[in-house]
Design a protein around this ligand. Structure first.
Ligand code: ASP
Length: 326
């Protein structure tokens, strides 16, 4: 039995400024992260698999409108929602992912079914929805994903004719709006993608990531989140990684896999590998964001190169730790 079982989560990174966040919004984020970590911790304490723990954590984050995944997803340039998700099991290297779905309530559950019940790894658009429907997963009307905050963020991004990270949009919105502080909806510098990594009591790791993408993205745009190796990776031999940030740069750096590869080929620690990817390699191509990662020994690291990242981790029997700013 591995007594170091642990779960770590993120709710996106970006320009999350203390000044643009009200005390009550801050408390809401901490409470949401805490609740999700407690749920993941329970799965692990009950002897559940790392795969079950990350699925459950990401499902809960998708259902929480504070984050850019599932309910609360950002808007595309056409005013729609297109959701991406991926999951990977470090004990078998099995993986499943879906992208550009518009009506699947919990994209992470669809990704999990791909992992378990399909010979393929990644489904897109209509095919992904047909697969999810055949698996009996819950569908919702597109309005289900709507939140006022993300709608306002989209309108700002539209005005600026560019795509932006969710949390950056939050900060921008808070500047353009009334002077009262509220949650950071600056469409320029915030990424609200969610993710989880875990190590279970049997010593296996898993990773899961889910997103609405970036605000005002073109229809059909796919980021790093559903791409195995870019936004999500897990291998018991090295680590499990879930990323958030400027997806195009994370794809070009194959960021999640690079953490695992550095551990395997350079023989460096989890901490050192993750730090190198986030603090040295991504910034070379203007890659902004962060990641959460665990290894099979129970080490945890949560580096980011932006002003903030919603994050936390919890070990069995210990109080979950949550944080937002640097
Ligand atoms: N990485 C995500 C994407 O590019 C965005 C995010 O992390 O918020 O779709």
């Amino acid at each position: 039995m591995n007594t170091n079982a642990v779960i770590a989560i993120h709710g996106g990174a970006g320009t999350i400024l203390r000044a643009s966040m009200s005390a009550s919004a801050e408390a809401d984020y901490h409470a949401a992260l805490h609740a999700v970590l407690s749920a993941g911790q329970r799965v692990l304490a009950d002897g559940g698999s790392a795969l079950d723990a990350v699925s459950e954590a990401v499902r809960l984050l998708e259902d929480c409108p504070l984050f850019n995944a599932g309910r609360g997803a950002v808007y595309t340039a056409a005013g729609t929602h297109e959701l991406d998700a991926a999951i990977m099991d470090g004990s078998t290297l099995d993986a499943g992912a879906i992208c550009c779905v518009t009506r699947v309530r919990n994209p992470i559950l669809a990704a999990r079914r791909v992992l378990e019940r399909s010979e393929h790894v990644l489904f897109t658009g209509e095919g992904a929805e047909a697969f999810a429907a055949a698996q009996g997963l819950e569908f919702v009307e597109p309005e289900y994903f709507h939140t006022e905050a993300r709608h306002r963020q989209w309108q700002l991004a539209r005005g600026q004719q560019r795509a932006m990270l969710d949390h950056d949009g939050a900060t921008l919105a808070s500047k353009n709006d009334d002077p009262t502080p509220h949650e950071p909806i600056d469409p320029n510098r915030k990424f609200g993608t969610v993710g989880a990594v875990a190590l279970d009591q049997r010593g296996h790791v898993a990773a899961a990531t889910s997103t609405g993408g970036v605000t005002n993205k073109q229809v059909g745009r796919v980021g790093d989140t559903p791409l195995i190796g870019a936004g999500c990776y897990a291998d018991d031999a090295t680590c499990a990684v879930s990323t958030t940030g400027s997806g195009e740069m994370f794809m070009r750096m194959v960021a999640a896999y690079d953490v695992a590869a550095q551990m395997a080929y350079r023989n460096v620690s989890l901490e050192e590998a993750a730090h190198d990817v986030v603090m040295n390699r991504l910034p070379k191509i203007d890659g902004r964001g962060g990641l959460v990662a665990v290894d099979a020994r129970g080490n945890v690291t949560l580096p980011f190169n932006t002003e903030g990242m919603y994050r936390g981790f919890a070990r069995i029997g210990e109080t979950p730790v949550t944080a937002i700013y640097r």
